[in-house]
Design a protein around this ligand. Structure first.
Ligand code: C6P
Length: 420
């Protein structure tokens, strides 16, 4: 094992996550489905409880004490997001329900209003459905054309092909930072620099990167970036959109209603300034405050520390999976991935369907995901119906990897003995 510390980060934090300390099907839970959603530490759960027990109230409306307190906590969470991803201004952070809604906001507000027949949008074959379907809508409505970056032989983002695809016709590049299936970390800074030379805007889907590594939007120089709170120790129902200030200013509202207005008349209305222009209706107040607590918690540990520990876990996971000949892992090996690799492995096993693997591992208390992970086009590109995916977080331990590997070997042996 190659762990730099005697006591791992997981040893330090596991007590913070009550859900991890339970048995599933009579076995200690090994939760390896963190790319789908992360677990929540007590600090976040207690913050939510405090909000609902002590100052539950609507925000930006009342002048009474509880409403003022809720508003302060809500807006303080925005400041925490600003600092967490190094945005230049609090007006650049818009709260949404999740990353999917944030991408739809950009697609409807910017895409539908700025693209014309023949304009090109560059996506990649590894995109999550959330970063495909909204652009299908835009292409169908505006006549814009979708182009796709394919994979290198190592199953990473093909930057060389991207360089050939991009042209003056490209108006938007929308790509994932860390693939939820391949685990590769894409060169987003370089992608932005290339796209900007052609005057194209760039949206980064950072759903699988924000929870696992330090992110600096000014350094990446993306035009928009989206993430979901539930993958970063926050509750479900909260995500955010980062957008460069002038760009967000130029975009019309996505949804209309209360909160997002300056003045309303019977036949027309004027809109609030950023970021409220994009936050129509009563927001998910508790969830926003919970996101703020999650950011405090992650920052308290340190994103560098989280990334370093998860990289060690990744190497160990690959080392162990590499010893099972029936397994084919997708995406780059940790060593060939120049930018590093996320702590997840999507794989197939000869003769055993991913769903069967997942079902039998569950009997051993091991939770992994199986299916297409909302990357159906990627699975089609790789000519596979489904993969099994183990995805880790900083609270997972090397010992849990051992349990997972043992259960996986036993399952494969079981199916092996069946087929002989
Ligand atoms: N991926 C997974 O198991 P939402 O649903 O909006 O919170 O996140 C969507 C999304 C967008 N981009 C990427 C790269 C993602 O991984 C996800 C969510 C989960 O892989 C659920 S399908």
């Amino acid at each position: 094992m190659t762990f730099t510390q005697e006591k791992t980060l997981a040893d330090e934090v596991r007590a913070d996550f009550p859900i991890l300390h339970q048995e599933v099907n009579g076995k200690p839970l090994v939760y390896f489905d963190n790319a789908a959603t992360s677990q929540k530490p007590l600090f976040v759960l207690n913050t939510l409880r405090d909000y609902y027990e002590q100052y539950n109230s609507n925000v930006h409306r009342g002048v009474h004490t509880l409403s003022a307190k809720a508003t302060d906590a809500y807006e303080a969470a925005r400041d925490k997001v600003v600092k967490f991803i190094n945005a230049a201004s609090r007006q650049e952070i818009v709260f949404t329900r999740n990353a999917t809604e944030a991408i739809n906001l950009v697609a409807y507000s910017w895409g539908m209003n700025n693209l014309q027949p023949g304009d090109e949008i560059i996506l990649s074959v590894m995109e999550h459905h959330s970063n495909l379907v909204p652009w299908h809508f835009v292409a169908q409505k505006t006549g814009a054309v979708l182009k796709f970056v394919e994979l290198t032989p190592e199953e990473t983002f093909d930057l060389e092909q991207f360089n050939k695809l991009i042209s003056d016709k490209t108006k938007l590049v929308s790509v994932v930072h860390v693939s939820n299936t391949l685990g590769c970390i894409n060169p987003v800074k370089e992608i932005c620099a290339i796209a900007h030379k052609y005057g194209a805007k760039v949206l980064i889907d950072a759903c699988q990167s924000v929870p696992h590594m330090p992110i600096d939007v000014q350094q990446i120089d993306c035009d928009w970036l989206v993430a979901s709170g539930h993958k970063m120790c926050a509750p479900t129902g909260i995500g955010f959109l980062y957008g460069k200030l002038e760009l967000l200013r130029s975009m019309p509202p996505f949804l209309g209603g209360g909160e997002m207005i300056a003045d309303v008349f019977l036949d027309h209305s004027t809109y609030a300034d950023l970021p409220h222009k994009f936050e129509a209706g009563t927001p998910t107040i508790g969830e926003v405050i919970g996101l703020g607590a999650a950011i405090d918690y992650l920052t308290g540990i340190g994103m560098d520390k989280i990334y370093t520990y998860e990289s060690e876990l990744t190497s160990y996971l690959f080392e162990q999976l590499g010893q099972i000949p029936e397994i084919r892992i997708y995406g780059p090996k940790p060593k060939v991935a120049g930018l590093g690799r996320a702590a997840l492995a999507a794989f197939t096993a000869s003769n055993v369907h991913a769903n069967d693997l997942s079902t039998l591992l569950d009997q051993e208390g091991v939770a992994i995901r199986s299916g297409h992970h909302c990357t159906q086009p990627l699975h089609r590109y790789l000519v596979i119906p489904a993969t099994a995916r183990a995805s880790l977080s900083f609270y997972n331990t090397p010992e849990e990897i051992d349990v997972f590997i043992k259960a996986l070997k036993e399952t494969l042996d079981f199916f092996g003995s069946f087929s002989t």
